[in-house]
Design a protein around this ligand. Structure first.
Ligand SMILES: Cc1ncc(COP(=O)(O)O)c(C=O)c1O
Length: 394
């Protein structure tokens, strides 16, 4: 009979047969899989047969999330990653080579600028910023070196919206693919692929997870494009973790309900705070005063504009920072898309590298606070945010 250690290891590795399917996708917390032959392993590593070999390549819990995201975005395929940044990196590096240029929005998630400065610059890929809401400016900015155009459905943090269908028509006429970061809208409010985009990325850390308890990302699109991006992700080790994938799956079950509530809460807050004491300006695509309000009505499900708003506190940078000290319901924290209302001050956090002139160039102001409206009772949020704005400005 084998010794104790051998028996313990063999017995503890036996996966129970489950005649009744579990209602939730199990967490396949395993880094590797028992394969039948050398040929089988070789084919699995090349994705030339269905199945899994090693969790940096694929894993059943990841696959369940990938299938779900592909279905919800109306795509052929998806690949999930360790973070939204790993997804963005995978997409950019799968399309661009040294000498190419990436066109990004002037108002864009700060991590994109960090990626450009640290990784893309070393790879010989240059980055050019343009106002993506101005299609003439985009057309003028495209050069012979432009290999990819990047957009955010709703921009972080200004909430500017791009006309994805028009942008796709423009870039495709020049033979350039369009990738869209759909994190702020989520697949419930917008499906950029249906509007003509070639690839979609998500930070699943945000609305898809929905509870500030996971870090993850996803690449969604045609099988060919996703497989090219997957190759980059696998080779830099940007794979998702099975537990995080499980949490994202759980989050997706309530995404529609949560986005409805985020949207109605944010609209109530935005309507109340517009013109309120201490509030210089509020930008929310659901407000008639938003420059892309008509586009939001067309591009987002039933005109629901999600939970993100940009609140400009009167009094500039100091007032924007002080606003955060006065909150009692909302939380001063980075990130977004969660049950809790989260507030941050881009000028001193995500965009801290920019001086006031550069902030203005990116459509930001020093007093702007980014608010991710949560799922709390709207009256409590209105009272909290209104008091903080009035207090910070006085
Ligand atoms: C619009 C957007 N895209 C991508 C990311 C990056 O996601 P992660 O932090 O999961 O890498 C973020 C993070 O805040 C974001 O707001």
């Amino acid at each position: 009979m084998p010794g104790f250690a051998t028996r313990a290891i063999r017995a503890a590795s036996r996966v129970p047969a489950a005649p009744q399917a579990p209602v939730n996708v199990p967490i396949y917390q395993t880094s590797t899989f028992d394969v039948g032959s050398a040929l089988e392993l070789a084919e699995l590593l090349e994705f030339a047969r269905p199945g899994h070999s090693y969790s940096r390549y694929s894993n059943p819990t990841h696959a369940a999330l990938e299938d779900t995201l592909a279905e919800l975005e109306g795509a052929e395929a998806a690949h999930v990653t360790a973070s939204g940044m790993a997804a963005i990196h995978g997409v950019v590096l799968s399309i661009l080579r040294s000498g190419d240029e990436l066109l990004i929005p002037g108002a864009v998630y700060g991590g994109m600028v960090g990626l450009a400065r640290t990784v893309l610059a070393r790879s010989g890929i240059s980055v050019r910023a343009v106002d993506m809401t101005d299609l003439d400016a985009v057309a003028a900015a495209i050069s012979g070196r432009t290999g990819l155009v990047w957009a955010e459905t709703i921009s972080n943090p200004t909430t500017a919206m791009v006309d994805i269908a028009a942008l796709a028509t423009l870039t495709h006429a020049r033979g350039i693919p369009l990738a869209v970061d759909n994190t702020f809208a989520s697949p419930y409010l917008c499906n950029p692929l249906a509007l003509g985009a070639d690839l979609v990325v998500h930070s699943t850390t945000k609305y898809i997870g929905g509870h500030s308890d996971l870090t993850g990302g996803a690449i969604v699109g045609s099988a060919d494009r996703v497989s090219a991006a997957r190759e980059i992700v696998i080779n830099v080790g940007g794979n998702a973790a099975p537990f995080e994938a499980f949490l994202a799956l759980r989050g997706l079950k309530s995404l529609a309900l949560r986005m409805d509530r985020h949207s109605s809460n944010a609209l109530a807050v935005a309507e109340h705070l517009e013109g309120a004491p201490g509030v210089e300006r509020i930008r929310y695509p659901g407000l008639a005063s938003h420059p892309q309000h008509a586009l939001a009505a067309r591009e987002l499900r039933d005109g629901k504009a999600g939970g993100m708003l940009a609140l400009e506190v009167a009094g500039g940078r100091a007032a924007g920072e002080h606003f955060l000290d006065l909150l009692s319901v909302a939380v001063h924290a980075t990130s977004l898309g969660s049950a809790e209302t989260l507030c941050s001050h881009p000028a001193s956090s995500s965009h801290r590298q920019l001086d006031d002139a550069q902030l203005a160039g990116a459509g930001l102001s020093p007093g702007m606070v980014r608010v991710s409206i949560g799922l709390e009772d709207p009256d409590d949020l209105i009272a909290d945010l209104a008091a903080a704005a009035a207090g910070a400005a006085s």
